[in-house]
Design a protein around this ligand. Structure first.
Ligand SMILES: [Zn+2]
Length: 383
C-alpha cells in the first residue's frame, strides 16, 4: 500500500548581502523570542506555580524590531518551545528546555501558505524575503509544508524543504538479512557482505584530530597572554578549520549512511538488527571509532523510517542476545572469557566449524530476528 509521508529535501542557498542581513535578523529574533518566552515562563512559574501561556505577538509592542522578520518564524518558535516542554514532561531525562546561544545553531522555520514557499528555476521563494539563489540539485515531488533556513558554523546557508508526498512500496525480494555492527567494518551482513567505513572518513578523522590539537594549543596561548578567544585571530582561524572538517565529515557520513540504508531496504524484506544503546556503549577513545559509533544510531534511524516508507520490516533484537558468542552452525555458546575482543574468528569446540566473528554474529541476528517475528505473527493475525 502506498503511504503518505513527510520527506525533507536540503538545498544550498546563496543569499546576497541584503538577504544575509535578513537571515541574521531572523536567526536573532527567533533566538530572542525563544529565550524571552522561556525565561518568562520560568519566572511566572516560580511566583504563581502555574504555566504561563505567552505568545510571540505579545512581545511585538515592546520589541518593535520583531515585526521586521517573518511572523511565521516566531509562531514556529512558540510551537517548538511547546514541544520541548512536552518532551521534557514525557521523558524528564531529555532535559529541561535550554536557552539558545548565538552562532551555535542559527536556524528558523517558516510555513508554506498557498505558494509562499516555492522552488522557481534556480531559486527558492520564501515569505517576506522573496527569491534566493539556490542550487536545486534534485526535483521535489509533493506538497511543500515548511522551510527551515540554517547557517552552518562555516557560514554556509541551507534550506530544508519539508514535503508531503506519497511513498510507493518497493517490490518484495524474498530476501531477509541480519546486520551486525562490525568491529573493523562499518557493518557486516548475514550474506557475508562487509561494508567498510569509507576510507576518506578515517582520513578526515585523522585530519580533525590534528586540527583540534592545534586549536587547543592556540587557545592556551591566548589564555596565557590574557586575551579573549574572540580577539585571537589565530584561534578563530583554526576554529573555522575545525568546523570545516566537521562539516565535511558530517556530509560524507550522511551520504554514505543514506546510500547504505537505502540499498539494504531496497534489497531485503526483513531486516534484523541489534537494538544497541549507543549512549550506553563503551566510550571510544579513538576518534574514527567514535564517529562509527555515532553513525550506528543514525543508520538504524534511517533504516527504520525507510523500511516504514517502502513497506519493509525491521526487527530489533535484544541487545543482550549473545550474537557473537553463539555458533550459528550448531548453537553452541562460548563461556565467559572464551572470546576476546581481538579474536577475528573462532573455532567452535562443539561442531569444529571456523566462524568469522562478524559474519557469524550477523547470521545469528537474522535467525533470532526471524524467530521473534514468528512469535509475533500469531498475535498480529489474531488481533
Ligand atoms: Zn558449532
Amino acid at each position: 500500500m502506498s503511504k503518505q509521508i513527510l520527506k525533507a529535501y536540503e538545498f544550498r542557498l546563496y543569499p546576497n548581502i541584503d538577504q544575509q542581513i535578513f537571515f541574521a535578523k531572523s536567526f536573532g529574533c527567533t533566538r530572542f523570542i525563544w529565550n524571552r518566552m522561556l525565561n518568562d515562563k520560568m519566572e511566572h512559574y516560580k511566583i504563581h506555580k502555574e504555566s504561563l501561556k505567552n505568545t510571540p505577538a505579545q512581545y511585538k509592542k515592546e520589541f518593535e524590531w520583531l515585526k521586521e522578520v517573518d511572523s511565521l518564524a516566531l509562531a514556529n518558535v512558540q510551537l517548538q518551545l511547546q514541544q520541548a516542554f512536552q518532551h521534557f514532561f514525557k521523558r524528564p531525562n531529555v532535559g529541561f528546555p535550554k536557552f539558545k546561544h548565538k552562532g551555535k545553531k542559527d536556524t528558523y522555520t517558516t510555513n508554506n501558505q498557498k505558494g509562499t514557499v516555492a522552488i522557481i528555476g534556480g531559486s527558492i521563494k520564501l515569505p517576506k524575503i522573496g527569491h534566493i539563489k539556490a542550487k536545486i540539485h534534485r526535483k521535489i515531488n509533493g506538497l511543500i509544508k515548511s522551510a527551515t533556513v540554517s547557517r552552518t558554523p562555516t557560514g554556509k546557508y541551507y534550506v530544508s524543504i519539508l514535503v508531503e508526498t506519497i511513498a510507493k512500496p518497493f517490490p518484495k525480494t524474498n530476501s531477509n538479512i541480519g546486520i551486525d555492527l562490525g568491529l573493523t567494518d562499518f557493518i557486516v551482513l548475514s550474506d557475508g557482505t562487509k561494508v567498510a567505513n569509507p576510507k576518506f572518513l578515517s582520513k578526515l578523522a585523522i585530519k580533525l584530530g590534528k586540527a583540534q590539537k592545534i586549536m587547543s594549543k592556540r587557545s592556551a596561548v591566548a589564555k596565557k597572554a590574557n586575551r579573549k578567544l574572540s580577539d585571537s585571530k589565530n584561534y578563530q582561524k583554526q576554529k573555522l578549520k575545525v568546523a570545516q572538517i566537521h562539516e565535511k565529515i558530517n556530509n560524507t557520513r550522511k551520504n554514505f549512511l543514506h546510500k547504505t540504508s537505502f540499498n539494504i531496504v531496497k534489497n531485503h524484506d526483513v531486516i534484523a538488527i541489534e537494538d544497541l544503546n549507543v549512549s550506553g556503549m563503551l566510550k571510544n577513545h579513538k576518534l574514527a571509532n567514535a564517529i562509527a559509533d555515532s553513525s550506528w544510531s543514525t543508520f538504524t534511524t534511517m533504516l527504520t523510517y525507510k523500511a516504514d516508507w517502502y513497506g519493509k520490516q525491521i526487527i530489533k533484537i535484544d541487545r543482550w542476545y549473545p550474537s557473537s558468542k553463539t555458533c550459528s552452525g550448531c548453537g553452541h555458546i562460548l563461556g565467559k572469557g572464551e572470546l576476546k575482543l581481538s579474536d577475528r574468528s573462532w573455532s567452535c569446540p562443539s561442531c569444529h566449524v571456523e566462524n568469522d566473528r562478524d559474519i557469524n554474529a550477523s547470521v545469528n541476528i537474522l535467525n533470532e530476528g526471524l524467530r521473534c517475528l514468528k512469535l509475533k505473527e500469531p498475535l498480529v493475525q489474531g488481533s
